[in-house]
Design a protein around this ligand. Structure first.
Ligand code: ZN
Length: 242
């Protein structure tokens, strides 16, 4: 089976459309979205609609829940909070209903999908270090786990001796006896210094994961964000991917 996986769309319909179009040519059997459909970007309703229409399974991100008052924005920085307040005001009741129903975590065909961490998905912690990854590996009941949340593509691997290493997610071969936590980056707001949209393809027969990047019309999104008076910091960061 070939599974298309992407995350952190953040109301960026231009980036989402480019990714969905590319996935049409990838012979995908199943498509998964790891949350944060909304927040930051100017087209939250269009993104919710499109993801629900085209994706087979979606889990919730912290921005999805924050936009519908299901989690507090207390720990959000001021830019994220401003964008969430704006998103909250423009969400349609149809979008709210969809976001309310999204689960925090799911396991399908021996693969875990979650926005933040598998051990406590509602705590919205990040997996940045080997220590963070260790906690998540201990909690995993599957050998493969896909996460989003940090907007930074990375793959953590734990071998049979329980040693954890970090590897380049561009191409990961999935080996028997090892465990993997893979972050396939962000569609709508990458933060690894590359502004191009990210998505991943897992080939379960070929036992391989590939991370791909695609350019999209960033200026078109920025123009809409200016019009909506969204914070300039959020507008500028899309050009540099940081
Ligand atoms: Zn996010």
């Amino acid at each position: 089976m070939r599974i298309g996986i992407f995350s952190d769309v953040h109301g960026n319909i231009e980036a989402l459309e480019v990714v969905l179009q590319a996935l049409q040519y990838e012979n995908i059997d199943r498509m998964i979205c790891l949350g944060d459909l909304v927040g930051y970007g100017p087209n939250p309703n269009q993104c919710v609609e499109k993801v629900i229409e085209e994706v087979d399974h979606v889990v919730a991100g912290n921005h999805d829940y924050a936009a519908i008052d299901q989690v507090s924005t207390e720990y959000f920085n001021e830019y994220a909070r401003k964008a969430i307040d704006w998103t909250h005001d423009v969400l349609t009741s149809a979008s709210i209903q969809i976001l309310t129903r999204l689960p925090l975590i799911s396991i399908e065909e021996e693969i875990t999908y979650v926005h933040a961490t598998p051990e406590e998905p509602a705590e919205w912690r990040y997996i940045f270090s080997n220590e963070d990854a260790c906690r998540s590996f201990d909690a995993m009941t599957t050998s493969l786990c896909f996460v989003g949340h940090s907007h930074t593509p990375v793959a953590f691997v734990r071998n049979e001796a329980d040693e954890i290493s970090i590897c380049d997610p561009t191409e990961v071969s999935i080996e028997e006896g090892k465990k993997y936590i893979i972050n396939e980056g962000s569609v709508g707001q990458p933060r690894d210094g590359d502004p191009r949209a990210c998505y991943g393809v897992l080939d379960t027969e070929g036992k391989r994961f590939n991370l791909k990047r695609l350019p999209y019309p960033v200026d078109r999104v920025q123009e809409k964000m200016w019009k909506e008076h969204l914070p300039s910091y959020l507008i500028h960061r899309l050009s540099v991917g940081l």
